[in-house]
Write a protein that binds this ligand. Structure first.
Ligand SMILES: Cc1cc2nc3c(=O)[nH]c(=O)nc-3n(C[C@H](O)[C@H](O)[C@H](O)COP(=O)(O)O)c2cc1C
Length: 230
């Protein structure tokens, strides 16, 4: 089926999507909206139609607090591993909104979900995890369209989170996502706003025919596209 979906609106949602840390309102995402964005995630493409993902919705304030405390300790470890100038740049950067968002979604991957013969995964096993990540991207974009922020948190020991959400051994962690309504989406990614790292220009990422055939583009200090095609 083809139909009148506005490409412009879709590009606008893609442009507006941000990794959200500090802009959560503190209100929880309502159940109907949560189910719509999980439905969007569940419609993602997956290798061999294996749909290898699961979504664990975490709302118990005590669990959120426990995870936030663990992440805070990992933040300190990362901070202490940095040279002084990078540590100073890192200082004001918030890396999670676990308690403020009110909802965590733990995304997992199950390798045996697609049965013994997963069509398309035989030679590239990572395509299984890639599929789970595509579900996350669907969720992220659907949430953005709903005015719901998403923040991906990866500052954790996998063993710690596995125990916290009582994950069976055959499931692999992919992400903790902070999910909640926001009062705004920042225009510019936090890591760029705080001077940690700027985006690369699109031209640098595009190669033609072979990787080496591309002419080196002129260096630019910051070239984050502000609108489609710019
Ligand atoms: C796999 C993955 C892990 C990430 N982990 C974290 C994290 O632990 N903390 C954080 O603040 N942001 C995390 N991010 C968000 C990135 O920093 C962010 O996507 C990037 O800076 C670009 O900003 P934008 O998403 O707002 O465009 C993660 C993103 C991805 C895709």
């Amino acid at each position: 089926m083809t139909g009148p979906v506005s490409a412009q609106e879709l590009y606008e949602v893609i442009r507006r999507r941000r990794d959200v840390r500090a802009e959560f309102t503190g209100e929880p995402v309502d159940e109907a909206t949560l189910l719509r964005i999980l439905d969007a995630a569940h419609r993602a493409p997956s290798v061999g139609n294996s749909q290898p993902w699961d979504f664990i919705v975490v709302r118990d304030p005590a669990t959120l607090r426990t995870f936030a405390d663990h992440v805070a300790s990992k933040r300190v470890e990362f901070h202490d591993s940095l040279p002084p100038d990078r540590a100073a740049t890192f200082d004001p950067i918030k890396i999670e909104g676990i308690t403020e968002s009110g909802t965590g979604i733990v995304v997992t991957y199950r390798h045996d979900r697609g049965g013994p013969q997963v069509l398309g995964r035989a030679t590239v096993p990572e395509t299984g995890v890639y599929s789970a990540v595509l579900a996350i991207q669907n969720l992220w974009l659907a949430a953005t369209a709903e005015g719901i922020g998403v923040g991906w948190v990866s500052f954790y020991d996998p063993e710690f989170l596995t125990d916290l959400v009582d994950l069976p051994e055959h499931l692999q962690l992919v992400a903790w996502l902070c999910v909640g309504p926001v009062h705004e989406f920042q225009e510019v990614p936090d890591l760029e706003r705080f001077g940690w790292r700027t985006g690369r220009p699109l031209a640098e990422a595009i190669h033609r025919e072979t990787f080496g055939a591309q002419d080196a583009p002129p260096a630019r200090s910051s070239a984050y596209p502000r609108s489609p095609g710019s």
